[in-house]
Design a protein around this ligand. Sequence first.
Ligand SMILES: Cc1cc2nc3c(=O)[nH]c(=O)nc-3n(C[C@H](O)[C@H](O)[C@H](O)COP(=O)(O)OP(=O)(O)OC[C@H]3O[C@@H](n4cnc5c(N)ncnc54)[C@H](O)[C@@H]3O)c2cc1C
Length: 810
Amino acid sequence: MSVPEQARVVIIGGGIVGCSIAYHLAKIGWSDVVLMERKRLTSGTTWHAAGLIGQLRASANMTRLAKYTQELYVNLEAETGVQTGCRWVGSITLALTEARKEELLRQASMARAFGVEVHEISPKEVTEKYPHVKVDDITQAVFLPSDGQGDPANITQALAKGARLRGAKTLEGTKVTKIHKDRTRVTGVDWENEAGERGHTACEHVVIASGMWSREVGKMAGVNIPLHACEHFYIVTESIDNLGQLPVLRVPDECTYYKEDAGKILLGAFEPVAKPWGMNGIPESFEFDQLQEDFDHFEPILESAIERMPMMAEAGVHTFFNGPESFTPDDAYHLGLAPGSDNVWVAAGFNSIGIQSAGGAGMALAEWMNTGEKPSDLGDVDIGRMQPFQGNARYLHDRSIETLGLLYADHYPFRQKATARGIRRTPLHEHLLKAGGVMGEVAGWERANWFANEGQTPEYEYSWSRPNWFENNAAEHRAVRENVGLYDMTSFGKIRVEGRDAEAVMNKICGNDMSVPIGRIVYTQFLNSCGGIEADVTVTRLSETAYLVVTPAATRLADEMWIRRHADDANFVITDVTAGEGVIAVMGPKARDLMRLVSPDDWSNEAHPFGLARTIEIGYGLARAHRVSYVGELGWEVYVSSDMTAHVYETLVEAGADVGLKHVGLHAMDSLRIEKAFRHFGHDITCEDHVVDAGLSFAVKTAKPDFIGRDAVLQRKETGPKLRMLQFLLADAEPLLFHHEPILKDGAFVGYLSSGSYGHTLGGAIGLGYVPAELAKDTDGWEIEVAGARVAAEASLRPMYDAKSERMRS
Ligand SMILES: Cc1cc2nc3c(=O)[nH]c(=O)nc-3n(C[C@H](O)[C@H](O)[C@H](O)COP(=O)(O)OP(=O)(O)OC[C@H]3O[C@@H](n4cnc5c(N)ncnc54)[C@H](O)[C@@H]3O)c2cc1C
């Protein structure tokens, strides 16, 4: 087949992911879709996948996309005539510990809220479905009847055929060798085919769906795609007599999965310490290849499998398989528009769930490319979450040792990565450690999440029930409510937008009015054209021509990209100044007393009202004090250049001894903000949550002409919100909420919690979540499902803590 000189889109990679994107783009109606595959379709990682198709995932978005995949594959064979080998045999997952039981039950609750059929089953029911498995030590089992398994190569061929039937071209033996760019736009690709012919295809879009090659392919386009290959193992037994058709079986506590196929058992593993691969590059000849077997590495897995399923001892090993798969630093795949580019799209790094994710990922990316806006919240997987440093090869290598195993590890709340840590540290890092700070990591930043007491081991002990830091958190929480607390907010992203057109740019991008006096701090959202929330930030006007945008650590790059992409030809510059300034939050009713001890400035309400930033003297230095609060109390965020941050901290801590100042971690910041019903971007508010439904229309000024999302806001104000965000407090003080727990009204599922924590002031677990607007005013009949049990809850449209926000303005 000849290679076209022109295409609307060139997709690089003919694995299941590239073929799914081609299929979905063609289905939407895109013409001139060209997929280039350097060897044969499926010859990278896809051909040797085990083919498990499951829907139980760790987050709501992943579950939603996995469910779509399952539904797509059900009909693919009938649609294309290609046998996909899909059999909807169901799946069983076993828990062997109490912790895993809780995790499974919580996941099952979440899956149910998304319409995935899931049953908790007894050990007897397990053996009825899977007679060969030992169940005397299991603590829980769940069964998903609509899960299944398929033949990954055939599913890919079916997707490719479905794409071709709609006009797409899939070109095998055609390697992309160069990507041409004009500033931030790709203009075309150079290719070379197996006949030695070379050519150029001009295109409007490029999709990098090149599996474990994607980091290198990304470099051709100047984009950062952090991933690293690891060896992934399975064995296939010889035929076993009378095996019959069996569901897929997962025993995550033993790191194993089992698939029955044609009378044999395939046993695969996600072992805790993985083997990275491909450090010196992937051989050019790689095609339907496999890696060296490593029986010593696999032996412990096989031993536990024999214990679990004694028949495995009798069955000979027919195949020992070792194949490479790519893993990302946070175990979530990469999807979306690459930062720094206008038309390079990425779908790569599938962390061993590429078969069950490809349908949903392909659909979501195609819709995003078609409309220019995400079809749903893809924050978990949006490539914009990756920081530039995460492309570092040594970092990726060391992190990948951990990430493979995390797939089957306990997904405890607040679990932190153990590898490749300590990369980004604030100027207070050592001080905070000395004060007992226990670090967590976000976007590479080390952040004190809680403070250990003297004599207490400063380490997380993960748990689904009250963790070892529960009381520390309670004391920190109370310090902010009743006295004064200090926490380090340096990791929060700080973007300086400045230049002649800065005001016009900010007014176009922000829902709120940015034509404010110098020193004013504005709480605002970046909206998309549907009124969904793309960013939730505070913006401070620093001068006539300069603004400071403050945003969560993880979304700094994505927010910067959003501004750049929507600023047209405006005359302005954006600078990431995150590392240039430390930020120390001083919060609580005694914050004013403390500031008076360290600064000669006037700290009265008149001199420094809420919503104002001004330069202050503090200790021997200068800083900018911002009067805002994310915890609902009187307080200031002190922005100080990095060189003086430690000095200002020492000054505050020394003076703080007189007013009972306490170090506070970011877990307490979270429990305090949920108690005050402050929304958090990525959880409570995302691109698919309308700003009016989120209860944030007070921060949108529709009188202002011409900002992104204005029409959608006006429309929703007219029709009224579809959903409303409620705050919940459990009646029973014991159970804990994290997020994703289903919300029930009069016994029926009506939503799920977008965030959860413990309200140490309110006296029970608290959460936020959307419900249909017509139900929101009812105060009775609310329950939250926690690990399968329904717990009565109080619900409120207004914050249960300080509804009028008097405390932070006092
Ligand atoms: C042993 C094993 C078992 C697995 N089991 C499962 C499972 O049960 N369920 C599940 O969901 N997932 C499973 N996976 C994971 C799954 O196989 C992968 O996530 C998925 O195949 C990734 O697909 P892909 O399209 O991203 O990558 P690939 O299949 O690797 O496709 C990428 C393609 O890009 C091509 N390419 C690279 N560079 C270029 C270039 N310059 N020009 C043109 N083409 C290029 C490559 O040749 C390759 O064909 C398993 C993986 C392994 C290793």
